[in-house]
Design a protein. Structure first.
Length: 255
C-alpha cells in the first residue's frame, strides 16, 4: 500500500520541482491525503456506482482539470468503473461503436458492451390492459395541490395497496404517461401523478405507441407502426366506463 503524503508536502517538494515530469507530478498528487478525501467523497455521492454503466465504481475521473492541481471540487469529478474509465482515456472509434451497437446485433442475440463489458440486449415492451387500468386508477386517487398522489401502506393502508402495483407505474413512465418523486422516508411511499400526456390519453384525446424498445434503463425508440388509444389498451379485459367511474370490474367472457 502506497503511503499517503500531505498536500503541503506535494506543493513544496514536488509540484514546482523541475526534475519531475508532468506525469510524475500528477501521480504524486494522486498519493496525497487531499485527493484521497476528494475521491472518497465523490464515490459516496455516486453510491459507489459507475455513472456510465451503473456497475461498481473503482475509479474517480476528472471531468475538468484545474489550473492548479488540488483546487478541484467534487463537482469536477465523476465515478467510473475500470472499463468505462479506460474508454474515456482510450475511446473506441465511431465505426467500432456503430458496428457494436447496431440494432440488428442488439435485437437478435444481444451483445457485450466494448466499453463496460456488460451484456446488453434490446427488449420490446408493450402497453397492456392492466397498465391502462392502473393509469386511470391513479387519476382517481386523492391529490395534493400540485396534483401528486401518495402510494404506500401509510397513505392508503395495506389492504388498499394490494390493488396497486408500483411496477405498473414505473412502466407507464417509459411512455411519458406518469412521473414520480420521492418525498420523505422510503417507507412513506412514492408520490405519483399523471403527466399532461397521461391525462390526454385516459380522456381519449391522443393515441400512443403500443410498443417501445428498451435497452437497460433507457427507451431507445417508439414503434409508431401501431398506435392505440385507452380503449384499445384496455382491450376486452376491462370496461372503460366502469374504470372511469371507479368501479373495478373485469369483463366476464361468455361463450
Amino acid at each position: 500500500m502506497t503511503k499517503k503524503i500531505s498536500y503541503e508536502f506535494f506543493v513544496s517538494e514536488i509540484y514546482h520541482n523541475p526534475k519531475y515530469t508532468p506525469k510524475q507530478v500528477y501521480w504524486a498528487y494522486l498519493q496525497t491525503k487531499k485527493w484521497d478525501k476528494l475521491r472518497q467523497d465523490r464515490l459516496k455521492i455516486d453510491n459507489f456506482r459507475c455513472r456510465m454503466c451503473d456497475s461498481p465504481a473503482t475509479c474517480v475521473h476528472h471531468r475538468n482539470y484545474p489550473d492548479i492541481m488540488g483546487t478541484e471540487t467534487v463537482n469536477d469529478l465523476t465515478s467510473l468503473c475500470k472499463h468505462c474509465h479506460n474508454a474515456f482515456h482510450n475511446p473506441p472509434s465511431t465505426n467500432e461503436l456503430s458496428k457494436h451497437f447496431s440494432e440488428k446485433a442488439c435485437h437478435k442475440n444481444g451483445t457485450t458492451c466494448i466499453i463496460c463489458k456488460r451484456f446488453a440486449k434490446v427488449h420490446g415492451r408493450t402497453l397492456y390492459a392492466n397498465m391502462a387500468k392502473h393509469l386511470i386508477k391513479l387519476s382517481k386517487l386523492p391529490k395534493n395541490i400540485e396534483g401528486w398522489s401518495q402510494l404506500g401502506d401509510k397513505a392508503l393502508g395495506k389492504e388498499e395497496m394490494r390493488n396497486y402495483t408500483r411496477a405498473e407505474y414505473e412502466k407507464l413512465e417509459w411512455w411519458g404517461l406518469t412521473e414520480k418523486k420521492q418525498k420523505g422516508r422510503k417507507r412513506d411511499g412514492v408520490w405519483w401523478r399523471l403527466t399532461n400526456k397521461g391525462h390526454e390519453f385516459i380522456n381519449k384525446k391522443i393515441k400512443v405507441p403500443f410498443k417501445i424498445y428498451r435497452l437497460g434503463k433507457q427507451t431507445l425508440k417508439f414503434d409508431n407502426s401501431k398506435m392505440i388509444n385507452i380503449i384499445d389498451a384496455l382491450k376486452t379485459k376491462f370496461i372503460y366506463e366502469q374504470i372511469m367511474a371507479g368501479v373495478d370490474i373485469s369483463v366476464v367472457k361468455t361463450n
